[in-house]
Design a protein around this ligand. Sequence first.
Ligand code: CTP
Length: 392
Amino acid sequence: MLTGRNVVLGVSGGVAAYKAAYLARRLVERGADVRVVMTESAAEFVGPATFAAITGVHPVVDLFDDEDVSPHTTLARWADLIVVAPATASTLSKIAHGDASNALVATVVASTAPVVVAPAMHTEMWEHPATGENIQTLRGFGYTLVEPDAGDLAGGDVGVGRLASPDDIADVVQDALIGGDLTATSVVITAGGTREPIDPVRYIGNRSSGKMGNALAVEAARRGADVTLVTTAPAPNHPGITVVPVETADEMADAVWHIADETQIAIMAAAVADFRPADPETRKLVRSDGPPDLVLEPTPDVLAGFRERAPEATLVGFAAQVGDLSGVEDKAERKRVDLLVANDVSRPGTGFGSDDNEVTLVFHDGVTKALPIMSKRDVAKVVIDTVVELRS
Ligand code: CTP
């Protein structure tokens, strides 16, 4: 929690300013002392009285109309952390250029505290190269960016640029202030479906999208872990994630086993083919050859090989079942995992390719816990929370 921590919330002028009131509330609920500095345009969207009521202190809006003779330096020194949410394109630009012409930017520029920036704007503004350059500049300052979400924007538009949720921003603030619970922990995560070649252009594959593994990688990295994501799928861009792209079960096994002895947590979310063509063609098969006789052979079991090499690591397996989940307790024991995350991939709206998942946690001793349907991001949070608990 954030008891005794001083957080300055900088609010700039976009419609998402109303969400900053929720963020202030979340931070206060977590025990932080919150003071608000807002731009005059932000005050057009949400009245300073709203923030005064939530935080117990009147926000600073005008540098020259405040009881304090130097409100920006007072706030800058008081802050253990400054979070700017929402950060408009204009505020991003001003901070990137040190243009301290309003109370919010003056406070940021006057402070040596860590800074978290949560942008919100229309998609076109977010994608403009000037905004991209300003974001890079802020990253270069060591500021933490909370990327905007995709969704409904002002004026009926839809796209990337919506302010991240107040809870997610509060999580990032908390991690920045007190460190994540996986700081300096090495985590390997497998993701996606393997592709076992039949010939140079065709493969045996499966419908895994890699979304669950990506969500786990982002969540672990957000909490401070050094994540190696061994994946067949497009991967998220995050400074805490090293991506090792692979195609086949063999390549996945090589990559994972190579770092097994330095890994503390392994989460095997990949859908690994159990069999592969024993003798893939080196030339492309053509129709006139007639249907090929595919002889299959087993692939390496990435998870089992990891367990042999890292008996002490915390190991999480996934079990994509079709139909009921009977027998998953045995699988947790057979696979020597600390936790098995089982789901029925045949259900509509969950499983392969979807953004949601409905899973049952199966512990080594056979105890099970069914979770309701939730986003893969939330499943990732629960899985990582459970791993942290198992290790404590
Ligand atoms: N797994 C693996 N390597 C394989 C096959 C599976 O690492 N060659 C991992 C998966 O990533 C998953 C776990 O093992 O975390 C369970 O996968 P699953 O296919 O359910 O296990 P199997 O032992 O193949 O079970 P089944 O008998 O149901 O096929």
